[in-house]
Design a protein around this ligand. Structure first.
Ligand code: SME
Length: 153
């Protein structure tokens, strides 16, 4: 567990700010902590049966991912963490950046409802260790709280 990162995330959140401000800063902390080329949120609203691009750090990305498609849509459908060591072996993987080699996607669930997913990409194969995964699962709670604030205003 990366305790320093968790402390940074905790201290960066200001409940008096709009959720988008907190989400943006959380993403920046993550982006500059790990050797990743992309980190961001895909938002889920079941009206459209797809996930749409939210705040992120990294290159321009796919804006709409159908529920059940790609690593992101599969994570949304199965509602559990997907850690893919080599994205080229994942059937249906959506390559926003063809240089990406591994990916970690965490569902953001509040009151049994999927609000979105947290997506991280790395240029390295098998980058996302169990340690990174468990740290990100803890950080995901902050994103879930902020997303839930977004959706209940
Ligand atoms: N690779 C993802 C698409 C999102 S990008 O990685 C930012 C997927 O297969 O769903």
């Amino acid at each position: 567990m990366n305790k320093i990162l968790l402390q940074q995330c905790q201290s960066i959140i200001d409940p008096t700010l709009p959720p988008i401000s907190n989400i943006s800063n959380l993403l920046a902390v993550i982006f500059y902590t790990y050797d990743i080329n992309w980190v961001g949120i895909y938002d889920y609203t079941d009206k459209h049966s797809s996930l749409t691009l939210g705040p992120f750090q990294g290159k321009v990305a796919c804006t709409r991912i159908p529920y059940g498609h790609g690593v992101v849509g599969t994570c949304a459908k199965e509602k559990h963490v997907l850690c893919v060591d080599d994205v080229h072996t994942f059937t249906g993987h959506i390559a926003c950046d063809s240089n990406t080699n591994s990916e970690l996607v965490i569902p953001l669930i509040h009151d049994d409802q999927l609000l979105g997913v947290l997506d991280l990409d790395s240029l390295h194969l098998s980058y996302f260790s169990k340690e990174i995964q468990s740290t990100m699962e803890r950080v995901a709670v902050y994103f879930t709280d902020e997303l839930s604030r977004c959706k209940h205003v």
